[in-house]
Design a protein around this ligand. Structure first.
Ligand SMILES: Nc1ncnc2c1ncn2[C@@H]1O[C@H](COP(=O)(O)OP(=O)(O)OP(=O)(O)O)[C@@H](O)[C@H]1O
Ligand SMILES: [Mg+2]
Length: 236
């Protein structure tokens, strides 16, 4: 049984339908990447899973539980974390305060402290910079902060939307290493990436979306070796 299961999802904004019949499975322990051109509906897929937008049909299950119609905070509570595109951090709050916000669904102060220690172990730089304002962190550091904040609820699965977007090559490598590190911790990962070749290299499986529909799927290696996928998404 898949940990996250999307079956024939239709979704959109208001009356505009963007996703058509999208089916994606993520099994426990997998790294699954989703690639596709701008506007393909990758971010929309995450938004419908989190309950942010208009759901029009299909099934969404997390660990067997139907999560259609649940609030985002309920979904976080089930153990599904989410880092939106654009590494949104609170500029005027310190790194530590940004992390505390990530744990807003947790009332137990001891659990919040344990989660903070856990995030600091994964991202030592956040511990060093915990008093620095979020807005003054570099782009790569802000991405780590956004990931750290999503990990404050100790999710069993995390969805990352474009984690390497706009980062320098050194930080891209660092972010990909962090993603692999999370996978080693046993966290199941679904990642949307522009950097398709890098993402497919670290992924167990991948999906290509186009115009809001499933286009290709396979193991990372299969997609890397598919001539059509190479030509369209990997620069030949
Ligand atoms: N709030 C919104 N209202 C109306 N349409 C939207 C909204 N957000 C996104 N869309 C439309 O939905 C479609 C899919 O957008 P989405 O952000 O899911 O694409 P994406 O695959 O994540 O693209 P990118 O690679 O550029 O991030 C686009 O045509 C976009 O214009
Ligand atoms: Mg997007």
């Amino acid at each position: 049984m898949a940990m996250l299961e999307l079956r024939n999802i239709d979704a959109g904004y208001g009356r505009i339908q963007i996703l058509h019949d999208v089916t994606i499975d993520v099994s426990e322990g997998e790294v699954v990447c989703v690639i596709g051109p701008n506007g393909a509906g990758k971010s929309t897929t995450f938004k419908v899973i989190m309950g942010f937008i208009n759901y029009l049909g299909g099934e969404i299950r997390f660990e067997g539980e139907d999560i259609v119609g649940k609030r985002p905070d309920q979904i976080l509570g089930y153990g599904l974390g989410y880092v939106p595109q654009g590494r949104i951090v609170f500029n005027q709050m310190t790194v530590r305060e940004n992390l505390e916000i990530g744990a807003y669904i947790e009332r137990d102060a001891k659990k919040v402290k344990d989660a903070m220690d856990y995030v600091f172990t994964l991202f030592p730089r956040l511990e060093e910079r915990q008093k620095q304002l979020g807005g003054t962190m570099s782009g790569g550091e802000q991405q780590m902060l956004a990931m750290g904040r999503a990990l404050m609820t100790r999710p069993r699965m995390i969805m990352l939307d474009e984690p390497s977007l706009g980062l320098s090559p050194r930080f891209v490598t660092e972010i990909f290493n962090k993603i692999l590190g999370l996978a080693k911790e046993g966290i199941t990962i679904m990642v949307v990436e522009q950097n398709a070749a890098r993402a497919l290299e670290i992924a167990d499986r991948g999906y290509v979306l186009e115009l809001g529909r499933n286009r290709y799927e396979g193991t990372g290696q299969e997609l890397l070796g598919n001539p059509d996928v190479r030509r369209m998404y990997l620069g030949g």
